[in-house]
Ligand binder design. Structure first.
Ligand code: NDP
Length: 248
């Protein structure tokens, strides 16, 4: 129960990697704000399940690209629990197309959802963490940021942006007791990768040393460690979670 008494916000916390992370952090003792945009029933059900198991959680609807909505979300956690110790920036989308066919709105949509959201959430949470002299921020990037991926120039740019943002912020807030880290998953079995064409899946599987895609729980376990007090000397780090696909 290494997060006992702490408060965590998980964006996109009701589905996929976010859901697994919410469950992990609640199991570690954290009180969790489960952010969602569209998945209201999944978020409400997950919050109810955590409460039924003796934890504390609530679901909060906010579009993480909306500055005002993000500010209200952070305020809601603060009003309810009086502190924010952990922020997991997990919400993200893809809108894939080869660059020549990538429409400006697809570019904009992915940059805003996957990168600007991280800026907005960090900006809202950091002053609270700074005042407390403690905080843990982990953002979910992607292997695409490091290795590139055909059809994902927008997504890779946004996810690489998260790394630059996080390393800069890590330097800015290190003396305030706040660490800022990044996880970069490879293929993880969630709704997001269901649309990956079969040929691409087969190619990826032979390139992944462990010979399989990852599970959301395997990303959540790494996030749980990085947001724990035990990860106190790790900041500005990018942890790949890819079954040994890319070994930089
Ligand atoms: P899912 O599609 O299963 O979940 C995406 C989550 O993002 C949902 O909870 C969704 O909430 C939330 N979300 C999307 N847009 C917004 C928004 N504007 N405001 C608030 N929430 C939003 O994907 P994954 O679980 O696979 O992905 C989670 C993260 O992991 C993403 O950042 C993704 O890029 C990253 N990632 C995933 C990999 C994979 O292979 N699966 C690999 C590498 C990185 P709701 O349903 O409520 O709308």
């Amino acid at each position: 129960m290494e997060l006992q008494g702490q408060v965590a916000i998980i964006t996109g916390g009701a589905r996929g990697i976010g859901r697994a992370t919410t469950i992990e952090l609640a199991a570690a003792g954290a009180r969790v704000l489960i952010n969602y945009q569209r998945s209201a029933s999944a978020a409400e059900a997950l919050a109810a399940e955590i409460v039924a198991n003796g934890g504390d959680a609530f679901a909060y609807q906010a579009n993480v690209t909306d500055e005002q909505a993000v500010a209200s979300m952070v305020q809601a956690a603060l009003e309810r629990w009086g502190r924010i110790d952990v922020l997991v920036n997990n919400a993200g989308i893809t809108a894939d197309a080869p660059l020549a066919r990538l429409r400006p709105e697809q570019w904009q949509q992915v940059i805003e959802t996957d990168l600007t959201s991280v800026f907005l959430c960090c900006r809202a949470a950091v002053p609270i963490m700074r005042a407390a002299g403690y905080g843990r921020i982990v953002s979910v990037s992607s292997l695409a940021a490091l290795a590139g991926n055909v059809g994902q120039t927008n997504y890779a740019a946004a996810k690489a942006g998260i790394i630059g943002l996080s390393r800069s912020l890590a330097r800015e807030v290190a003396r305030d007791g706040i660490t800022v880290n990044v996880v970069a998953p490879g293929y993880i079995e969630t709704d997001m990768v269901e649309t990956v064409p079969e040929a691409l899946r087969a190619w990826a599987l032979q390139a992944i040393a462990l010979g399989r895609f990852g599970r959301p729980e395997e990303v959540a376990a790494a996030i749980r460690f990085l947001v724990s007090p035990r990860a106190s000397y790790i900041t500005g780090h990018v942890l790949t979670i890819d079954g040994g696909w890319v070994m930089p």
